[in-house]
Design a protein around this ligand. Structure first.
Ligand code: PLP
Length: 394
């Protein structure tokens, strides 16, 4: 067998371990007394329109048309609908022939990195980062280089980035709104990033591509804007997913958009098609492709997450915990009151509070609290947070 794959398959993820612990505790003390903040599974229902469109589609199409194969890169009418929406919403050029339908952001990322990297190349990202990036980069034959972010703001530390980019850098991979920090890169950050990548690409004589991982694009609060990257840096691939914006993580639907103005855009798109083929990600789920075409611009009710964020941030800061204000996604990245975040998570378990240590996101000394849970659970959990804070005399 392949030893790398055996290693990946046999090691249980920390998040899964915590989730299993939570299930066991729920049997012992009752589900309402366990405060599981470990998983990024949307708690808000999908918009009604999703169900209505699915019913319409089932009623109006023949089963063979509905459930049959689409073309490998996805149904053309679906890619047209996405392209029109992107063009209209973000005022950027888009083209259905540069869109590749996939199974969520995970497939988009492994395909994009495989399309862009040669063996031994480097993918630079910023800690804290989504745990699977290392697996995806290594599957593409590349090495993941994770640079620490500015600890005050979790924005990019540009002097570190400038030093880290070298002749092996194929990709810079960003994720905004961010899992796990909740931070959004503002326009100033995006402009600086684009300028640096242009400068470095010219100096090194190789195009450094920007891959932007965007499952949380619509999950932002207080009117915060998420700049659309192709408008700032032409050599960009957008990895989009409907998992969070439409609360459909189990349906596995998303897409890759290669900016038609990117260097060697046509060839890169063909490499995306090739990588999709090589990884077996052809013809994304047909029914959900067709549903997506009719649900462009629709989002789950994210105001629930905003309320959860406000309640938690206010209460936790009041108890003495410290965290950067998250502008998006549904995570809070809280500084552990003791240096070892694993020990902090263990202590929190005494109160049936379940978090994920930041070590898994390349950022020890912090914990991630996923607040995509019911507002009632947040309210019920507050006394437990207060007791936990008291243990540390915060
Ligand atoms: N990227 C980030 C930052 C995520 O948080 C997730 C899922 O939580 C993914 C990618 C994978 O998303 P999907 O379920 O659409 O594959």
């Amino acid at each position: 067998m392949n030893q790398r794959m055996y290693g990946l398959g046999s090691k249980r993820s920390v998040i899964r371990e915590i989730f299993e612990f939570g299930r066991q505790r729920a049997q012992e003390v009752g589900a309402e007394n366990v405060f599981d903040f470990s998983l990024g599974n949307p708690s808000v229902e999908p918009p009604r329109q999703v169900e209505e469109v699915l019913v319409q589609l089932i009623g109006e199409s023949s089963p063979t048309a509905l459930h049959g194969y689409t073309s490998a890169q996805g149904d053309l009418s679906v890619r047209r609908a996405i392209s029109d929406y992107v063009q209209k919403t973000h005022s950027v050029p888009c083209d259905p022939d540069y869109i590749y339908m996939t199974c969520g952001a995970a497939a988009s990322l492994v395909i994009s990195l495989s399309a862009l990297c040669e063996e031994g190349d480097e993918v630079i990202t910023f800690a804290p980062y989504f745990t699977e990036y290392k697996v995806f980069a290594e599957t593409a034959g590349a090495k993941l280089i994770a640079l620490p972010s500015d600890p005050q703001t979790f924005q990019i530390d540009f002097s570190l980035l400038e030093q880290a980019i070298g002749s092996r850098t194929a990709v810079v991979l960003i994720n905004s709104p961010n899992n796990p920090s909740g931070v959004v890169y503002n326009e100033d950050t995006v402009k600086k990033l684009a300028d640096l990548l242009r400068k470095k690409s010219a100096q090194l004589g190789r195009t450094i591509y920007l891959v932007t991982d965007e499952p949380y694009r619509e999950l932002v609060y207080g009117g915060v804007k998420v700049p659309y990257l192709t408008a700032y840096y032409k050599d960009t691939l957008v990895c989009y997913s409907y998992s969070k914006s439409l609360s459909l993580p189990g349906e596995r639907i998303g897409y890759i958009f290669v900016n038609p103005q990117a260097e060697k855009a046509k060839e890169i798109y063909l490499a995306v098609c090739g990588a999709g083929r090589a990884h077996g990600y052809v013809c994304a789920p047909s029914l959900f492709q067709k549903m997506i075409a009719r649900c462009q611009g629709i989002t789950s009710d994210v105001s629930v997450y905003e309320r959860n964020r406000d309640t938690l941030v206010g209460a936790l800061r009041g108890y003495g915990f410290s965290c950067v204000q998250p502008d998006g996604a549904f995570y809070l990245f809280v500084r552990s009151p003791e240096p070892d975040a694993n020990a902090f998570c263990e202590r929190a378990k005494k109160y049936d509070l379940l978090f994920v240590p930041g070590d898994d996101f390349g950022c020890p000394g912090y914990v991630r609290i996923a607040y995509c849970v019911s507002p009632q659970m947040i309210e019920r959990s507050l006394p437990a947070f207060a007791k936990l804070a008291a243990e540390y005399s915060l």
